[in-house]
Design a protein around this ligand. Sequence first.
Ligand SMILES: CC(C)(COP(=O)(O)OP(=O)(O)OC[C@H]1O[C@@H](n2cnc3c(N)ncnc32)[C@H](O)[C@@H]1OP(=O)(O)O)[C@@H](O)C(=O)NCCC(=O)NCCS
Length: 174
Amino acid sequence: MCPSISCHFGMLDPLATARNWRGALARHLTRLDLGSRLDRFFTPAPDRTIRDYVAGAAPIFVVTAERGGDVCGVAEVHPHHNRPSAAEIAVSVDEDLRRRGIGRALFSRALAEAQARGIEDIWVVYLRGNEAMGRIADRAGFASVAGDDPGTITAHLIDFAPMSGGVAAGAEES
Ligand SMILES: CC(C)(COP(=O)(O)OP(=O)(O)OC[C@H]1O[C@@H](n2cnc3c(N)ncnc32)[C@H](O)[C@@H]1OP(=O)(O)O)[C@@H](O)C(=O)NCCC(=O)NCCS
């Protein structure tokens, strides 16, 4: 069994928050090890590349998992790069907090928020060997579609309904 943890979930709306969300996001993403960077960015991005990415990011919203005031996981929801009115989700969790249901809970919250905002077409792209992301997407009802890159899986939600049972045991809600 996973040990219980104490974290809470929040929402960063870049257009509405006064918080330095870019700093919080950059701190979390630059803590990822090389393997996780590969999974998240499809390249073992150095810190500078991650900071550049964060500086230019324009997410619709970001769901956060926080512990002790620090962001320890995110589900970033971005406009889809080439589908108007669609969105893409990218999720990441600090290594030391994995396998406790946080990734799935972040993803579930991101889907619920997207649905509340009227986003009906939502996508995720992940490396073919990324078992954790595959399980999260499968359980959420995502279906894979043919993509150009054999190394990645592109999936989208056919029957858009929030996942059930998304909150991790032992994780507190804000
Ligand atoms: C993907 C990621 C967010 C999952 O976070 P997490 O908090 O460990 O996920 P959860 O604890 O909610 O686990 C989700 C499922 O994956 C499974 N899982 C988690 N880590 C796993 C691993 N290393 N190998 C196999 N399965 C794994 C869990 O058992 C769970 O399965 P279940 O729903 O059948 O019980 C995390 O591994 C991560 O940050 N990876 C790097 C970034 C990344 O890959 N992002 C995805 C592409 S954008």
